[in-house]
Design a protein around this ligand. Structure first.
Ligand SMILES: [Zn+2]
Length: 159
């Protein structure tokens, strides 16, 4: 599917996480098939959500556009119809990451601090990334205030 920039960069996102985790990826369960707006598992949503977010972040385009040109928006909130809630949903995880990395977001305006953290603290899922590993960053990445509001806005628990 080399006509889809998002597909190519999504797969590059898997490579990138593999490299950051020193040639390892969390075992992703209930992952075939997986959909942006549907519940899979926390491990699947973390790896696929990171890959979706990588493509959207690099392209500056919060959609997933396939090789036919059909687009799925990653934008969602608590009222988005037909989206499953929670951190087992890759689109919920991916859009939360994009908001954390946004120019006016709580992580300093880009994804660099997350990448640095990932290189030292691999996370099995988004919950571990947010609740356990972000506080270990130097300096710590916030898990309250605007960061917590981002997760809540995407129906993800902050605990
Ligand atoms: Zn994938």
């Amino acid at each position: 599917m080399t006509d889809s920039e998002h597909f190519v960069l999504h797969e590059a996102g898997h490579w990138f996480q593999w490299q950051l985790y020193k040639r390892h990826l969390p075992e992703a369960t209930h992952c075939a098939p997986h959909y942006v707006e549907r519940r899979s598992s926390t491990t699947c949503a973390w790896t696929e959500g990171f890959a979706d977010a990588t493509a959207a972040y690099v392209l500056g385009d919060r959609r997933y556009v396939d090789e036919s040109g059909a687009a799925t928006s990653l934008e969602n909130d608590a009222t988005t119809p037909e989206w499953d809630p929670g951190d087992e949903v890759q689109g919920r995880v991916g859009s939360s990451l994009l908001d954390l990395w946004a120019k006016d977001g709580p992580d300093g305006g880009d994804w660099k601090r997350t990448l640095r953290l990932m290189a030292t603290e691999p996370s099995d899922d988004f919950r571990e990334y947010f609740t356990v590993d972000r506080p270990k960053a130097s300096p710590p990445l916030t898990t309250t205030g605007a960061a917590a509001d981002i997760l809540t806005g995407h129906t993800i628990s902050t605990r």
